[in-house]
Each structure stands twice: as structure tokens, then as C-alpha cells.
Design a protein around this ligand. Structure first.
Ligand code: ADQ
Length: 463
């Protein structure tokens, strides 16, 4: 079996046996079974930190630090002030400067320089996410003929929006150096293919396979999954707490709602809080009973749009609590930090509603984790944004428009009175879906497609 080389902005923790997140679960498993290499940024900034090469059994970890300028212009700059907002349909938040794109290209060259000497001829190369779109082109320039796949974790926007990104032509040329372009959803694949039809001369061989010069490129959807069993086990570790929460639900008639996100403007947190406020206004019988727990982990705090959203949320929480709270009850509990995954899983299990309403999201693993954490005898209800990639698979959730505060408030009302039979029926179908396409399945599907993608043996040097 070919060795696997994974390259992502950040590498995972190869020492840790229990991986978190779909990416780490799928990838560590594949690396351990095939042997290979994981290349990425070590998370450190500055001159003191050095590149390093460590071996864990049959897996090599190759990492490098970023300089202050690289961190500022490649990571915070082009990746997170240009690509991230644009791919999430926030062209208004795009803040482009020419030094950003130059540094973005330079860091990709640096990744290629670091990786190339360690590559073998028959390696399978799997590159992840928007930080590294030009990396295959860099490899091809260095005469690498291995199969190279890409997986985009965030949405691929509509053709018009993508074409508004400065240097989109260059990004397109970079994309076309991969043998396989993996996206999260069918909608993303449609967007990508439409963009190619409207903005390039590629020849379409099938609806999602194109020829560009002598290279055949496949564009396909691979919705990422989670380690369902591991998450369910974590959710069921502490039955005493769960029982206590259940009693609060049955005896005190509490209506518990939970959300967990990185604090990011794409996740729709202010809109969600406003929808909850509307629910309290429209359904006064839930004042004193509804409890909305928002866990928001800090993220990219050096980017001003993130500081703005944090300030807005703090203001909203204060306003809603100030208006509705009583001596023994506050409607919103807002936690602005990371919490241990076991605790998160248990909180998901205790909550009657998982309220997951991003304005745009590649997939949204929290939606799948909420489903995995439920107890099939007394399962909670998932309310899910139609703009989360997960909505394509999880159609038995209550699907809402996150921009429509009235719609989300209505969904909360519907969840509050949903019969146990309907809850169980929906949950059975959701769990089947989440289990049928877990992290391992995702990784297996992707690697099988990469193995059979491209035109083997042909010269893939293009520049
Ligand atoms: P993210 O934008 O980070 O990922 P998501 O898929 O929801 O979004 O994953 C977040 C992860 O962090 C989940 O595993 C969640 O449990 C965890 N988490 C969130 N808040 C937390 C908190 N306060 N404390 C502890 N853990 C917390 C990107 C894309 C997504 C895509 C994933 C995977 O933006 O669309 O689903 O990659 O491809």
C-alpha cells in the first residue's frame, strides 16, 4: 500500500491516542495503518522556534514555525482576512493587501521546499484546506508526479462570489494542479464546476471530471464525519449529572438549549441570540424555564472582525439577561472558552435542543456530535441551519433559515412541544446517517477516490 503524506496548516497530535475532530480522527488512523508523514505549521511564531522532524512508529511528523510576517500576512492575512470571509460569502469583510498574497505564495513554497526532499515516488499526497491551495502547483514545479489530492473543509462559494476574490484566476490555476478536489457537499461541487464552466477553458469529460492540458481532475463531495462511538461513549460517562439534568427537565420543566461554536462571524451567534430573545417574547410561558447555554471558544482574536463579534455577543447576552432574568433564573449562559470534550459531550446529552445555526459552514461537526451524544430513549432535537453543509445529509433535523429570526424562534417553539415519538423517529434517522458516514468512512472514500484519480504516468509538470 502507498505511503500517505498529509499536509495541513496545523498538524495533529500523533502522541495522543484519542484524537479530537473529524480531520484528526480520520487522518491519524490512515497514517498509522499505511505509514507516512504529516507536515504542517507547529503553531509557534518567531525566531526561537525551529523546524523539527519526529518519528512516531511508522509516521513522521515534519513541522515548521512561522515568522512574525508569515503569521501576519499568510495566516491572519490572506488565509483569514481574504479567503475565509470570501468562502463564507462575507465579501464585505475581505481585507486584501498585495503583501498578503505574496506571503501566502511564499509560505506555500516553503512548505513545498520542506516536504519535497522527504517524498517517495509512489506516495499519495493529501493536502488540506484553504491555507494550502497553491501547494500542488509548487510540487509540480519541482517535478513531483505523485497523485495529489486536496480537501476543502470550508464551503466553496457560488461562482460570482469566488470570482470576486482578488487573484481568483491564479487560485483556479492552482486548484487545477490537483488530481482530486474534494469538497464537503454536492452544492459545493456544483458551485466549483459552475465557476470552471464560466471562468475557464477546461474541457468537461463528465459533469464533475475535467481535462486541463494533459491532466484529468475530479471534483467530488466527501462529507466529513466524526468518530461516533467515541463521542457517544464520552456522552455516557457520567450518568449522575445526566439524571440530575433530566430531573430538572421533568420536575422543574426546564427547557435546555445548547450551542457550541468557535467564536466566528460565520456561525451566526448574534442572530441566534436574537432568535432566542424572540422566542422568549413570543412564548412568555417559557420565561423562567428556557435555558440557553452558548459555549463559544475563542478564535483568531488578532483579526478585528472577531473582536467585533465578541463585543456584540457580550452586549446581547447582557441585554437579554437584563430584560428577562429573575432572581433564580438567567435565560442565557454564555461561556467564552474551550471546554473538555467529555464535558461537551455530556452537556449535549443533557440538552433537549441542539441549536446549530451557522450563516455558512463547510460541514459543522457539532451537529453530528450532538446527534451522537443523544440517548435513544429520550433523545434531544437538532435545529440546524440550511446553510450548514451537514444539512444536506441531516434532513431529519428541524431545518431553519438562520437569517430569519422568526423562523428560528418558531423552530424552538416546535421543539418545545415535540412528542417523544417524533423525537425518537427523527433521532433514529439522524443517527443512522451520522453513523453510516463517520470519520473513517470519509477517509476511506477519499483515499479510494484519490488512488483512482488523475492520469497516472503522464507528465504533470505544467509550468
Ligand atoms: P470549525 O469551523 O472549527 O471547522 P466544526 O466543524 O463545528 O467547525 O468543528 C468544531 C469542533 O470544535 C467540534 O469538534 C466541536 O466539538 C469543537 N468545539 C467547538 N466549540 C468548543 C468549545 N467551546 N470547547 C471545546 N470544543 C469545542 C472547520 C469548518 C467546518 C468543518 C470542519 C471539519 O469550518 O465547517 O465541519 O472544519 O471539516
Amino acid at each position: 500500500m502507498e505511503r500517505l503524506v498529509v499536509i495541513s496548516n496545523r498538524t495533529g497530535d500523533l502522541e495522543n491516542k484519542t484524537q479530537t475532530g473529524g480531520l484528526a480522527v480520520g487522518i491519524v488512523d490512515a497514517l498509522r495503518s499505511r505509514g507516512g508523514m504529516w507536515v504542517g505549521w507547529n503553531g509557534e511564531v518567531g525566531r526561537e522556534s525551529k523546524a523539527s522532524r519526529k518519528t512516531y512508529d511508522n509516521v513522521i511528523s515534519l513541522t515548521m514555525p512561522l515568522s512574525e510576517e508569515e503569521h501576519e500576512q499568510y495566516y491572519l492575512g490572506f488565509a483569514n482576512k481574504v479567503l475565509w470571509p470570501a468562502f463564507h460569502y462575507r465579501l464585505d469583510l475581505m481585507d486584501h493587501r498585495t503583501e498578503f498574497v505574496d506571503r501566502y505564495a511564499a509560505v506555500n513554497r516553503k512548505f513545498a521546499d520542506m516536504t519535497c526532499p522527504h517524498l517517495r515516488e509512489d506516495d499519495l499526497i493529501w493536502i488540506h484546506d484553504y491555507h494550502l491551495i497553491p501547494l500542488a502547483a509548487e510540487f509540480r514545479q519541482r517535478d513531483c508526479r505523485q497523485k495529489i489530492g486536496f480537501f476543502l473543509h470550508i464551503p466553496f462559494p457560488s461562482a460570482d462570489v469566488f470570482s470576486a476574490i482578488p487573484y481568483h484566476d491564479w487560485l483556479r490555476e492552482c486548484f487545477l494542479q490537483f488530481d482530486l478536489i474534494g469538497l464537503q457537499t454536492k452544492n459545493d461541487v456544483q458551485n466549483f464546476c459552475r465557476y470552471l464552466r464560466e471562468h475557464s477553458d477546461v474541457e468537461f469529460i463528465t459533469s464533475n471530471t475535467v481535462r486541463w492540458h494533459d491532466q484529468v481532475i475530479t471534483i467530488a463531495d466527501f462529507p466529513i464525519g466524526i468518530d461516533v462511538q467515541q463521542f457517544a461513549e464520552m456522552a455516557h460517562q457520567d450518568d449522575d449529572t445526566i439524571e440530575l439534568e433530566r430531573m430538572r427537565r421533568t420536575v422543574l420543566k426546564r427547557f435546555q438549549i445548547i450551542s457550541a461554536d468557535r467564536l466566528d462571524y460565520s456561525k451566526g451567534l448574534p442572530q441566534r441570540m436574537k432568535a432566542f430573545r424572540k422566542f422568549l417574547e413570543d412564548c412568555p410561558e417559557y420565561q423562567g424555564r428556557a435555558e440557553y447555554l452558548q459555549i463559544a471558544s475563542p478564535s483568531r482574536e488578532d483579526v478585528s472582525a472577531y473582536a467585533d463579534i465578541r463585543a456584540e455577543l457580550e452586549g446581547l447576552t447582557g441585554a437579554v439577561n437584563g430584560k428577562f432574568a429573575d432572581f433564580n433564573w438567567a435565560p442565557i449562559q454564555y461561556i467564552n472558552r474551550n471546554i473538555p470534550r467529555e464535558q461537551l459531550a455530556q452537556l449535549f446529552r443533557c440538552s433537549l435542543v441542539g441549536l446549530i445555526t451557522p450563516l455558512r459552514d463547510g460541514m459543522n461537526l457539532v451537529a453530528k456530535e450532538y446527534v451522537a451524544a443523544q440517548d435513544d430513549k429520550d433523545p434531544g432535537i437538532l435545529i440546524l441551519s440550511k446553510f450548514a453543509g451537514a444539512a444536506e445529509e441531516l434532513d431529519q433535523a428541524i431545518i431553519v433559515n438562520p437569517y430569519d429570526i422568526h423562523d428560528v424562534a418558531q423552530a424552538l417553539k416546535r421543539a418545545a412541544v415535540m412528542s417523544m415519538d417524533e423525537r425518537r423517529e427523527r433521532h433514529r434517522s439522524l443517527l443512522k446517517q451520522v453513523t453510516g458516514n463517520d470519520a473513517n468512512q470519509w477517509k476511506d472514500n477519499y483515499l479510494a477516490a484519490l488512488q483512482s484519480a488523475g492520469t497516472s504516468g503522464e507528465l504533470k509538470k505544467r509550468f
